[in-house]
Write a protein that binds this ligand. Structure first.
Ligand SMILES: [Zn+2]
Length: 334
């Protein structure tokens, strides 16, 4: 948060150029630059070294689990705050610690600094009034119980990734319907993933997201919250693929028994780790649950084997001439 008034004298803050720093808040009365102030807090992955278990807590009457955390006092170092907060909230004694990650939390104007705080054992364990309840979890248990899409989850993932290697694809990525504000990004991804003759035009991707968001599944990287891929399609009672599905969204029949897939996109830096297969698996499961009977896609000859591995059957050449190329038509029965 940038103050409107000088914290020393109350004069209205101006913006002034400072060499090497750019435009910085400035109090003309004090003649001093007033760099923005914000809160600093520490959060801790408390690990019992004896059992390799992680402590998660429940707080403020909410059912999901988070990490022990607290604000850093003025004049205090981060390491001191880690030791003090763990002691105050849990009674445990930190034997050593390791810096993990930081992230700025806009909502509370706080720089959150995460550490792994090791305790030798549970001696002195006595959670205080700030904690509703708490539990020791295995690594997998902690991953399964941490509050989804939280800063705590981000820190825990980073910790686990550092000690046990990359988080498996099925845990690292979340899958859900596209949100309106993500349509622009999806349109960009389409242009990145496909050559110009094959890419669906940005406007058609955006229309697709608006017309059938429930058939437009995005993959979110939970580590950075970004859309990194998607799978989209239109529902229809027609049986064969035709290129008009790419451009004419009036063909969408929400109750149609077949989904015509229009694109499976995974950003290049996320390819070759099974993410495409994982999106397809979630998508098929979900459409089956909705009562759809069949999913159809078209692909270039070189990708037929890949889609066979995902469970699709090759129906031979499609009538599609999208991008001036020849396409195989494939289907999976749900
Ligand atoms: Zn002032």
């Amino acid at each position: 948060m940038i103050d409107k008034f000088c914290r020393e004298c109350g004069t209205r803050i101006e913006m002034k150029e400072l060499e090497h720093e750019g435009i910085v808040p400035y109090c003309p009365t004090c003649g001093q630059y007033r760099f923005p102030q914000y809160n600093v807090a520490v959060s801790m992955i408390v690990v019992n070294e004896e059992k390799d278990e992680i402590l998660l807590i429940q707080q403020y009457g909410r059912p999901s689990y988070i990490l022990v955390a607290g604000y850093v006092s003025r004049g205090e170092g981060l390491e001191d705050a880690v030791i003090r907060e763990v002691k105050e909230e849990t009674g445990l004694t930190v034997s050593h610690m390791k810096f993990n990650r930081t992230q700025f939390f806009e909502k509370s104007d706080t720089l959150m600094c995460n550490f792994t705080a090791f305790v030798a054992n549970t001696e002195g364990f006595d959670p205080n009034y700030e904690i509703d309840s708490c539990r020791w979890f295995s690594r997998e248990g902690a991953r399964a119980n941490i509050r989804p899409n939280s800063l705590a989850e981000y820190f825990l993932d980073a910790y686990l990734e550092d000690i046990v290697g990359p988080v498996p694809t099925r845990l690292r990525f979340g899958f859900r319907d596209i949100r309106p504000e993500e349509a622009e990004r999806a349109a960009e991804i389409e242009q990145i993933v496909f050559p110009p003759n094959e890419a669906v035009l940005p406007d058609d991707v955006k229309k697709q997201a608006a017309v059938a968001p429930d058939l437009f599944m995005v993959a979110i990287d939970k580590v950075n919250g970004q859309v990194v891929g998607f799978l989209n399609g239109l529902a229809t009672n027609e049986t064969e693929f035709r290129d008009e599905f790419f451009t004419d969204k009036s063909l969408h029949e929400p109750e149609g028994s077949t989904v015509m897939l229009l694109g499976l996109d995974v950003l290049p830096e996320y390819q070759r780790r099974g993410l495409g297969t994982e999106i397809m698996r979630h998508y098929c499961q979900r459409e089956k649950a909705k009562g759809r009977k069949r999913i159809v896609l078209t692909c270039l000859p070189g990708l037929v084997e890949m889609y066979k591995k995902m469970g699709f059957t090759d129906l031979g050449m499609s009538r599609s001439t999208w991008g001036g190329e020849s396409w195989h038509e494939m289907e999976i029965l749900l």
